[in-house]
Design a protein around this ligand. Structure first.
Ligand SMILES: Cc1cc2nc3c(=O)[nH]c(=O)nc-3n(C[C@H](O)[C@H](O)[C@H](O)COP(=O)(O)OP(=O)(O)OC[C@H]3O[C@@H](n4cnc5c(N)ncnc54)[C@H](O)[C@@H]3O)c2cc1C
Length: 387
């Protein structure tokens, strides 16, 4: 049969994989559950390994115009005492810097690039299951359509249908942490104090059992002040006390808990939207592939958002899988994907055991360097497309 790769999920890893496969001359199509719709409010850091992938995808200029790259991060307590100002030692070359941007901007840029590379992206296509025989795999969608291909890639995120069929015993588990995504506009912030405080820097507020990261996330958009917070919570919070709270209730809960005054409370009060999420993860699955199905990104290895690495790793996976498929038979490509990438994923996942920012810090006893040591993440990790 004709080689065709079926990609499930038009998120970060799915769209990136499709662009790289087209570059490699491999036929593919993407199937996405949702209709195409911009969802405002969530934003994230992309580390320099991910920004390097962005350059290789050919979208660097678009990303430059839709992201912010800070030079410094200021660490503060919730009463606005500055603990430290960290020089992020950013390179002068954009593709070697870490950036901050809105997820919706990244997905939109990837989608446009995929379409202009000739990739078919089908929306409103929810995968329900797949089957395979000796020479092909068939994807079955909720609307009754079937699609046949040579390989099925589950780029379908945390709640992956593909992973669930491959390993039904690996269920989602609460990761003892909550998170909030917020978005505001610099224009709405009256206080000169806040404007001066940020002035292009990232602000990282630590409190006992929680942290807040504020960053500019777009150079020109009106909604350009993004934040994310996370905190440690042993037992899942009941929905009515978290996900089902409305915006005003969430704001007043946060201000009550973390103080009425200063930059943190001003940004929270002026936020246009706040998305509450409780964090889930999946214990490591026995293998990232099984027969003609493989998973990448969050569906293969949930990366706790407290590491700040999820999107970078999704981009890296996509690039590496396409590179392996360009050079090898699919069985070898799937073998190398896992064999070559597993140590990196383990190092990132293990970093939380050493430095779990969701637990916050109590700086009242002073600063201890031991908090930050022991990670085995390679800060210079880079995948090369050409050999
Ligand atoms: C609170 C929070 C904060 C975060 N902060 C950061 C951060 O600072 N830095 C960072 O790098 N990462 C962060 N992340 C993680 C990051 O968002 C993910 O790791 C990244 O989006 C994973 O990309 P992906 O392509 O694997 O999955 P996704 O981007 O989730 O894409 C999966 C796609 O598959 C689709 N899909 C699902 N099921 C089906 C189906 N059955 N049929 C068809 N389509 C389907 C979905 O609709 C979606 O479009 C954070 C996540 C959370 C929750």
């Amino acid at each position: 049969m004709k080689e065709k790769i079926i990609i499930i999920g038009a998120g970060i890893s799915g769209l990136s994989l499709a662009i790289f496969l087209k570059k490699a001359g491999i036929d593919c199509a993407v199937y996405e559950n949702y209709p195409y719709k911009r969802i405002e409010g969530s934003s994230f850091r992309i580390n320099k390994s991910g920004v390097h992938v962005i350059k290789e995808l050919g979208i660097e200029e678009h990303i430059k115009m839709s992201s912010h790259s800070a030079d410094r991060m200021r660490l503060l307590t919730t009463d606005n005492t500055e603990i430290a100002s960290i020089n992020l030692m950013q390179d002068s070359t954009f593709s070697r810097r870490s950036i901050y941007m809105q997820r919706s901007d990244l997905v939109e840029i990837l989608m446009r690039q995929a379409k202009s590379s000739g990739v078919e992206v089908h929306y409103n296509k929810k995968l329900t299951r797949f089957s395979e025989d000796a020479s092909s795999v068939t994807a079955y969608f909720e609307d009754g359509q079937q699609e046949m291909g040579s390989l099925l890639v589950g780029a379908d995120g945390l709640h992956s249908t593909v992973r669930n069929q491959m390993f039904p015993d690996h269920l989602l588990r609460y990761a003892k942490s909550w998170a909030l995504y917020g978005i505001a506009s610099f224009q709405d912030i009256d206080s000169k104090h806040v404007q001066n405080l940020m002035n292009g820097d990232e602000l990282f507020y630590f409190s006992e059992n929680a942290n807040f990261l504020f960053s500019k996330s777009h150079p020109t958009d009106e909604l350009n002040l993004s934040w994310q917070a996370s905190g440690y919570q042993e037992r899942k919070i009941p929905k009515e006390k978290f996900e089902l709270r409305n915006l005003d209730e969430l704001k007043s809960d946060l201000v009550k808990r973390y103080g009425e005054h200063g930059a943190l409370s001003e940004i929270i009060k002026k936020s246009f939207n706040i998305i509450p999420k409780q964090i889930y993860c999946v214990d490591p699955i026995p293998s990232w592939s099984k027969g003609r199905a493989v998973v990448i990104g969050d569906s293969a290895h949930t990366i706790n958002p407290n590491t700040g690495y999820g999107s970078s790793v999704a981009l890296e996976d996509a690039m590496y899988l396409a590179k392996m498929l360009q050079k090898h038979h699919y069985t070898d490509a799937l073998y190398y994907l896992e064999a070559d990438r597993k140590d990196r994923i383990n190092a990132i996942q293990n970093s939380l055991e050493i430095f779990d920012v969701s637990k916050g810090f109590d700086f009242s006893n002073g600063f201890d360097i031991g908090l930050f040591s022991g990670s085995t993440i390679d800060p210079n990790y880079k995948i090369h497309w050409e050999n």
